[in-house]
Ligand binder design. Structure first.
Ligand code: A3P
Length: 303
């Protein structure tokens, strides 16, 4: 049997107009028929926009006081599972069979908190019917691309990332798992204009002032943590704390090779400057202007 890190990488293919790998489409009919509950909290992000960070914040805010053992015994990707992920049995993969939808169905906590990377048009309709609260986190495209590139080296659920310049080209063309970043952040932004239960957050704002963003999040969720509880959350979700914490740093995840690059890599705004050449940045900015037409959606590439 192949060892987990020697598995063949999955192929990217077009799926309802969005690039995907089989790990996010194999359970498609069940995912589309998912039955949301009115008090479910869905965290939606493009991959590498900070979903683990906000997962931990949401879990601590809801269960940090009542079930503190959750945080010390259950890895974050099990506390806040991903809806569409599906790892089916295959003799060539050493991965255990798992699917996020069944995992969520079995959750006994209330509210259930779980995540998705689906673009807005592919979200199962039950979320809209049940009028669930949705927290969307977006990150500026340049840092998002850099983080996704490094992640491609460690996640066996991703195609081979290739070298940085070819990866960047494919990122600009939208040939990434979960499709183009541009459509994802814009699609969710536009949905928010007509759907009051979407709270749209920016990674850069969280870096700038975690406490302020937690306040805004709490007001959206209808939570009123004590000052002490809030300070505990702020402390526990700092990058260094999460990097050291086995329950948040993905060191226990089977499908990751953290030796190549740690999951908790840098956690900064503007790391793109260490990757983009001047020419790449200029070409990127030109292309970005053509693709990002919504004048109300602004990203910061530094804070
Ligand atoms: P980098 O690769 O730039 O370091 P996701 O959880 O959606 O996969 O996103 C991962 C990115 O969020 C990684 O970015 C990771 O380091 C960053 N991240 C995770 N926790 C963080 C925290 N507490 N503070 C800042 N960044 C964090």
């Amino acid at each position: 049997m192949l060892r987990q890190m020697e598995q063949p990488r999955p192929k990217l293919f077009d799926f309802h107009g969005v690039s995907m790998t089989k790990y996010f489409t194999d359970n498609w009919d069940n995912v589309q028929n998912f039955k949301a509950r009115p008090d479910d909290i869905l965290l939606a992000t493009y991959p590498k926009a900070g979903s683990t960070w906000v997962s931990h914040i949401l879990d601590l805010l809801h269960f940090g006081q009542t079930s503190p053992e959750r945080q010390t015994s259950i890895p974050i990707y099990e506390r806040v599972p991903m809806l569409e992920i599906s790892i089916t049995t295959s003799p060539s993969t050493a991965l255990p069979v798992y699917n996020g939808k069944d995992h969520i169905d079995q959750l006994t906590i209330s509210p259930r908190i779980f995540k998705t990377h689906l673009p807005v048009q592919l979200l199962p309709k039950s979320f809209w019917e049940q009028n669930c609260k949705i927290v969307y986190v977006a990150r500026n495209a340049k840092d998002n691309a850099v983080s996704y590139f490094h992640f491609g080296h460690i996640s066996m659920l991703q195609p081979e990332p290739g070298d940085w310049s070819s990866f960047l080209q494919r990122f600009m063309e939208g040939k990434m798992v979960f499709g183009p970043w541009y459509d994802h952040v814009t699609g969710w932004w536009e949905k928010k204009q007509t759907h009051s239960k979407i709270h749209y957050m920016f990674y850069e704002d969280l870096i700038e002032d975690t406490g302020r963003e937690i306040d805004r999040l709490c007001s959206f969720l209808g939570l009123s943590p004590s000052a002490e509880q809030k300070q505990t959350v702020i402390r526990e979700v700092q990058f260094d704390s999460m990097k050291k914490n086995k329950m948040t740093n993905y060191s226990t995840a089977l499908k990751m090779d953290g030796k190549v690059s740690p999951f908790m890599r840098k956690g900064k705004v503007a790391d793109w400057k260490n990757h983009f050449t001047v020419a790449q940045s200029e070409q990127y900015d030109e292309d970005y202007k053509k693709k990002m037409k919504n004048p109300t959606l602004h990203f910061r590439t530094e804070v």
